[in-house]
Design a protein around this ligand. Structure first.
Ligand SMILES: NC(=O)c1ccc[n+]([C@@H]2O[C@H](COP(=O)([O-])OP(=O)(O)OC[C@H]3O[C@@H](n4cnc5c(N)ncnc54)[C@H](OP(=O)(O)O)[C@@H]3O)[C@@H](O)[C@H]2O)c1
Length: 314
């Protein structure tokens, strides 16, 4: 796909803007010259956080290229006001919300009623083959909306497992023990970097003539966790170990860490799928969207070395 030069003063609307992918969507959109509006439950707090972590965030905020509005999937008052003036929406399902009919679909409808026309939805690799994941129901809802109203178009960004999970879900164990405790056996994962997803999503949102299409966005290499720790060891300059633990021990360990049952259940399902060889498919879609090769795990580890650094003793 050709890089688009399409920008307007209408803001790109970004749900989940303080999260792993949403923040990268904001970064990429601002870098490409778009105005953005973060749609978040706490707009003032989010704007402060985002202005300090995004490149030139404070300046973009002062120039009102970076705005925020209240958007809560669980409290749909004023969702229409939040999107007013924008037509292009990045949609994310927060991990804690599984109720598509009661929360996500009505929010999509409110956005479309208020003038949104083009939606890029962060889905999950394999959603087209899996009726159990909420992403599939959200895709089906968006397809239905577009079938009823030809002005509505969608992109489904079916993402592989994020590299950032190594920091969010496993950062503590890496900083404290230099060990990854994961029940994935010798299964391989086609890790994708959220930085690439942000770049690709902005290109899709900025299409001059929006179309509808699904994209299976993976990295370019499928790695097993022995390879992952070898790459991390080289990039971080210290040995990192892989503890290929069993599922029961993993479940007990994460529950003892205080993580909710539902979250640990989802992690068990994901790592079981990995162990069974269901997370290893690499596709050319992301490279086609980006016009460059997707980032490697080695690049990710090198760029985030400080966040992986061992916690210094108190
Ligand atoms: N992790 C993976 O490997 C992977 C792979 C493929 C697809 N996915 C999918 O990606 C999505 C998660 O993306 P992510 O990791 O970027 O998210 P994330 O980092 O967990 O961030 C979640 C975002 O949702 C916002 N949010 C939470 N509750 C909300 C509510 N009630 N109303 C409005 N916004 C709310 C949060 O705002 P606050 O900051 O205010 O809480 C935050 O901005 C999930 O659907 C997941 O299934 C994940």
């Amino acid at each position: 796909m050709l890089a688009s030069m399409f920008t307007t003063d209408a803001p790109l609307l970004v749900t989940g803007a303080t999260g792993t992918v949403g923040r990268e969507v904001l970064r990429a959109a601002l870098a490409a010259g778009h105005a953005v509006r973060a749609l978040v439950p706490d707009p003032d707090g989010a704007l402060d956080r985002l202005a300090s972590v995004l490149p030139d965030g404070a300046r973009h905020r002062a120039e009102r290229r970076l705005q925020a509005a209240r958007w809560d999937f669980l409290d749909r008052r004023a969702l229409g006001d939040a999107v007013a003036g924008g037509t292009r929406l990045f949609l994310l399902r927060p991990p804690a919300i599984a109720d598509v009919d009661g929360a996500i679909a009505p929010a999509i409808d409110a956005a479309l009623d208020a003038g949104v026309r083009h939606v890029a939805f962060l889905s999950i690799q394999g959603a087209e083959r899996n009726r159990l994941v909420p992403h599939r129901a959200i895709e089906d809802h968006l397809r239905g909306c577009a079938a009823r109203d030809p002005r509505v178009t969608w992109h489904f960004v079916r993402a592989a497992f994020f590299m950032q999970n190594l920091l969010t879900a496993h950062g503590d164990e890496l900083r404290r023990e230099s060990t990854l405790h994961i029940p994935a056996g010798d299964g391989r994962t086609a890790f994708v970097d959220a930085v690439d997803l942000g770049d690709a999503i902005v290109r899709l949102l900025a299409e001059p003539v929006p179309t509808s299409a699904a994209h299976e966005c993976t990295g370019r290499e499928a790695l097993d966790y022995d390879e992952v720790v070898a790459i991390l060891s080289r990039a971080l300059g210290r040995p990192i170990w892989y503890d290929a633990m069993g599922l029961v021990r993993f479940y007990r360990r994460r529950r003892a860490m205080g993580e909710p049952r539902a979250l640990v259940g989802v992690m068990c399902a994901l790592y079981t799928a990995t162990r069974l060889g269901l997370a290893d498919r690499c596709t050319p879609d992301l490279e086609r969207l980006l016009g460059r090769a997707p980032r490697t795990l080695a690049e990710f580890a090198r760029d985030n070395a400080a966040a992986f650094a061992p916690a210094s003793p108190a």
